[in-house]
Design a protein around this ligand. Structure first.
Ligand SMILES: [Fe+2]
Length: 115
């Protein structure tokens, strides 16, 4: 895949071992850990390959969805904030968590885990 802007749709990578660094650097990484009777969810963009964080190229928001419904959203600024966010949530086992991020140059990218 080239570095050409992606203007529509949500990009989802099914096999990180079979894609380019361009796709790896945009794919959100979701880490879930127990936090008492809740869960700590950490989302990082640039986990696999660092993503630029410059005035003209950066991650401007990250959203977390649970079974398709938004439950948290983070608006980010270039340079001042890294695209690494976390939140504590109360979810039932089997919930599908979806992290969606928006790169101001390369559009929407998502990843999912089931807790
Ligand atoms: Fe980008």
């Amino acid at each position: 895949m080239s570095d050409a802007p992606i203007l529509s749709g949500v990009n989802v990578v099914s096999d990180l071992d079979a894609v380019t660094d361009f796709e790896r650097k945009h794919t959100p990484h979701i880490a879930v850990a127990a936090a008492g009777d809740r869960m700590h969810v950490a989302i990082t963009v640039g986990h696999y390959v660092p993503h630029p964080n410059q005035a003209d190229h950066f991650i401007d928001w990250i959203e977390l969805q649970a079974n398709g419904a938004p439950i948290a959203r983070f608006d980010l600024s270039p340079i001042a904030t890294d695209p690494k966010v976390s939140v504590v949530v109360a979810l039932d086992a089997g919930t599908v968590l979806r992290a969606i991020e928006h790169c101001n140059m390369h559009g929407l990218w998502a990843a999912e885990v089931t807790v």
